[in-house]
Design a protein around this ligand. Structure first.
Ligand code: NAG
Length: 265
């Protein structure tokens, strides 16, 4: 009886959806039938300058949008290990030091991976930030999200399974060219490095450079997919999610989670 009732409800919901939720054709996009080809690994070269910070990406650093985690890689030296940031309409500069991590995966050694958490930001405000020194200074900016409320507009893009093929580029550029997007909810499967021989982790670096032009300027909200597992005991790599967890930090403690693989806003 009870089961029947549940089934009935499901059928009703499905029927209602068929009528109300039929969006029809919303995009002229038609998926190609042939597999897509990877872009060459040097398609997005490192930025110029000695030890220049690269693969810059940001993500929201707390529950209500007053914090940002700034992440980047310095390829050769640990320092400079800080971010300088300031409100766009002010000259009052602040400095926050990064936590540095690095890892080895099979025959690959990562650069110095930096994560700096900026706190005490104002809502809905444009900030500039600067990484690197000397001839390798790089500047970026981001806008904090508005204060949480019942009727506050904020526009998310939703992307998953991006990878680094020519089709990935098309997907990414399609999002990038739309000025409405303020943040991305990323549904997992970032670089697809694990599809390359020995999970070639240089493909994590090339991916970071590929997506930087969006990710350095607006928060991308991460979650891991199966392509982040990188569990390969045959290569001596039996710690799951190792590259992903070193590279893509998330504010899991803010939602009282005990694991970076689970968090909420
Ligand atoms: C990626 O897409 C952009 C925009 O369409 C294009 O200008 C660029 O040449 C593409 N890059 C590659 C490697 O195909």
């Amino acid at each position: 009886m009870c089961l029947l009732k549940v089934l009935f409800v499901l059928v009703t919901v499905a029927a209602a959806c068929a009528g109300v939720c039929n969006g029809g054709v919303t995009s002229p996009f038609v998926r190609k039938s042939q597999p897509s080809t990877c872009m060459p690994i040097d398609t997005f070269p490192p930025p110029p300058g000695y030890n220049a910070p690269e693969q810059v990406h940001i993500t929201q650093g707390d529950l209500d949008g007053k914090s940002m985690i700034i992440s980047w890689v310095t390829p050769l030296e640990r320092e400079p290990n800080y971010v300088i940031f300031w409100e766009a309409n002010s000259n009052n500069k602040h400095k926050v030091y990064s936590r540095i991590t690095s890892y080895r995966y099979y025959n690959y050694d990562s650069g110095y991976i930096h994560h700096a958490t900026i706190k005490g930001l104002k809502h809905d405000t444009l900030y500039n930030y600067q990484l690197g020194t000397g001839d390798a200074v790089r500047r970026f900016s981001f806008t904090t999200p508005p204060k949480v409320g019942p009727d506050v507009p904020y526009t998310f893009g939703v992307i998953g399974d991006l990878g680094q093929t020519y089709d990935s580029n098309q997907t990414f550029e399609h999002y990038y060219s739309n000025p409405k997007g303020q943040a991305v909810l990323f549904a997992g499967d970032l670089s697809y490095a694990d599809d390359h021989p020995y999970h070639n982790n240089n493909r994590w670096d090339s991916w970071g450079r590929f997506v930087e032009k969006s990710m350095a300027y607006q928060p991308w909200i991460w979650t891991a997919g199966n392509h982040e597992i990188d569990f390969a005991p045959e290569l001596g790599e039996s710690v799951p999610f190792k590259p992903y967890m070193h590279r893509y930090h998330v504010p899991y403690k803010a939602s009282k989670s005990t694991s970076p693989l689970w968090y909420s806003y």
